[in-house]
Design a binder for this molecule. Structure first.
Ligand SMILES: Cc1cc2nc3c(=O)[nH]c(=O)nc-3n(C[C@H](O)[C@H](O)[C@H](O)COP(=O)(O)O)c2cc1C
Length: 159
């Protein structure tokens, strides 16, 4: 078996949530893409990270941006996940969103939001790791969209 395929398959055995990371480009134009590389890092100070492939056309926008927002999707937001992973021109079309702190694009009805000030950027292989300090956070009790072995699902928990 192709080793990179074997590695992808093995990486995919770590079940994750799914998020859309957003920011503003020049003139306040909103940008965003679907990620599952989000991780919480530190409570004091409050830090998170996510990684972006260095082939992404969005790399420069996120490199230049002082802030980003992480929108953690609910099980009802599969369409939003697909839209922000697609190549359409306007990924925000028909998306219910508003401008939060620092004018960041925030998607409504998610299970959590983290509005962050970007801190470190680390080049790591074929990705760039973005660290951010959480300025604002919100959460709800909706069920998560879960990504596992290349497939989507959700999880029910007893509270
Ligand atoms: C569930 C899921 C998780 C993803 N996670 C990441 C990620 O963590 N980092 C990344 O760079 N791309 C990730 N992608 C791929 C991007 O969403 C996709 O390549 C998108 O087209 C990127 O937009 P861009 O190429 O315009 O930057 C993921 C896609 C899906 C469907």
């Amino acid at each position: 078996m192709d080793t990179s395929l074997a590695l992808r398959r093995a990486f995919g055995k770590f079940a994750t949530g799914v998020a859309v990371v957003t920011t503003n480009g020049e003139g306040g134009k909103p940008f965003g893409l679907t990620i599952n590389s989000f991780s919480s890092v530190s409570l004091e100070p409050p830090l998170v990270l996510w990684s972006l492939t260095n082939k992404s056309p969005n790399l420069e926008v996120f490199r230049q941006a002082s802030h980003f927002a992480i929108n953690i999707l609910s099980s009802e937001q599969r369409q939003i996940c697909n839209q922000f992973a697609s190549k359409i021109d306007d990924r925000f079309q028909n998306i219910n969103w508003f401008r939060g702190v620092h004018d960041l694009p925030v998607i409504r009805n998610t299970i959590a939001t983290f509005e962050c000030r970007r801190s470190q950027l680390v080049d790591a292989g074929d990705h760039v790791v973005f660290f951010g300090e959480v300025m604002e956070c919100e959460q709800s009790d909706l069920e998560p969209l879960v990504f596992f072995s290349g497939q989507f699902g959700t999880t029910k928990h007893d509270g």
